[in-house]
Design a binder for this molecule. Structure first.
Ligand SMILES: Cc1cc2nc3c(=O)[nH]c(=O)nc-3n(C[C@H](O)[C@H](O)[C@H](O)COP(=O)(O)OP(=O)(O)OC[C@H]3O[C@@H](n4cnc5c(N)ncnc54)[C@H](O)[C@@H]3O)c2cc1C
Ligand code: SF4
Length: 330
């Protein structure tokens, strides 16, 4: 590992100033992803600015009735927060479906959003990879890609985003607040991750040097009837091969409101807008749920070894929405 300097920031403007203009510096959250990448040589920062002592560790009511979650709230504290569990249960479930208890105690909300892909070629510095080394190629296209993207990918990169938390945040229209030397800004999660296109190394729309300060969830009554379901290759301590965050409001047997997002199928948490459109106003039954999933998955372009994800996601959507519809009918 390359030698590096370490500094701890105690206020937001101080943290931003410490990183400002230094391309070789990185913010350090829980370090559960960044430090691993430093050990493997994927990340080689000359300076780390530790943000864990910033006063951003609270979950608070937002002015519009939603919730504001500070960037340094740990994944454990987020999942345990009574308002998150009561009003956005799929978010608590998504966070608890990730990593392990020890990791969740360290990992922060900001770091979780910015964690890097788990594509094996990305983590192996002896291998080409367009995301790590632009223009070097994408060996996953013809190599190991059973857990790679089926939606929104390009010939330049087919990696998936690994966050479980981000999938629930996408379903609930979260936005990400940040601070730079030029002032504060906010990005809807829908615009936070950039499309892959020809530039997979450019992952987010955050300005250079931006510190994530928090995530805001709008008040969404439908979110109270929500669920996160993750499929993985081991029962615990494994990343998703497919996941769904869903919230459903059924009235008189018809879908009044629905929120749906997919995980582990694209370079970002995938908001399933086509499925939501197909569902809204129609009958809350398995046939309709399957047709909506098909509408979302129609543009899927699987590779030779990950076509199973299309069937998996269709079945997940039907299962999760059917359970939510049953609960709504009780
Ligand atoms: C064995 C293992 C299993 C895992 N399983 C899962 C899983 O199943 N599901 C899942 O979702 N995740 C999983 N994870 C990933 C884990 O959730 C992430 O490593 C963690 O959320 C990252 O948070 P962190 O605070 O440790 O980030 P760090 O590692 O500190 O930082 C990650 C990135 O975010 C940047 N950063 C951190 N904070 C800020 C900020 N406030 N503003 C701007 N930039 C910032 C850093 O510079 C770095 O680039 C797993 C990790 C491990 C090691
Ligand atoms: S899928 Fe993306 S991250 Fe993986 S090797 Fe290809 S370019 Fe790199």
């Amino acid at each position: 590992m390359r030698e590096f300097d370490y500094q701890r920031a105690y206020d937001v403007s101080g943290a931003v100033a410490l990183l400002d203009g230094d391309r070789e510096a990185r913010f350090l959250g829980g370090g559960t992803n960044l430090v691993d990448l430093m050990k493997s040589g994927v990340e080689r920062p000359a300076r780390l600015v530790d943000v864990r002592e910033l006063p951003l560790n609270r979950v608070e009511p937002a002015e519009d009735g939603g919730l504001r979650i500070g960037a340094t709230v740990t994944n454990s504290d987020l999942a345990a927060h009574p308002e998150v569990r009561r009003r956005y249960p799929a978010l608590a479930q998504a966070v608890l479906a990730g990593a392990s208890g020890q990791l969740r105690n360290m990992a922060t909300v900001g770091g979780n959003l910015l964690q890097r892909t788990r594509c094996g070629y990305f983590a192996d510095v002896s291998s080409p990879c367009n995301k790590r080394d632009p223009g070097s190629g994408c060996p996953a296209l013809t190599g190991e890609h059973h857990n790679h993207a089926v939606l929104g990918a390009s010939d330049h990169c087919v990696a998936t985003h690994p966050s479980d938390m981000g999938v629930a945040l996408a379903a609930f229209d979260a936005s990400v607040a940040y601070e730079t030397a030029d002032g504060a800004g906010e990005l809807p999660l829908a615009d936070f991750y950039l499309p892959v296109g020809e530039t997979p190394h450019l992952e987010t729309a955050l300005p250079p040097g931006a510190l994530i300060t928090g995530v805001t969830l709008p008040p969404t009554p439908t979110a109270a009837n929500s669920r996160y379901r993750k499929v993985r290759e081991r029962a615990s301590y494994a990343f998703a091969i497919g996941s769904v965050a869903a919230a459903l409001d059924v009235r008189d047997g018809l879908v009044h409101d629905v929120r749906l997002a997919f995980g582990a199928v694209a370079s970002r948490p995938w908001r399933a807008r086509a499925a939501e459109r197909a569902l809204t106003g129609g009958p809350a039954d398995a046939e309709h749920f399957a047709a909506a999933a098909d509408a979302e998955l129609a543009p899927a372009r699987p590779l030779p070894h990950n076509g199973y994800k299309v069937t998996l996601m269709r079945n997940l959507v039907v299962a999760v929405l059917s359970e939510l519809a049953e609960e709504a009918a009780r």
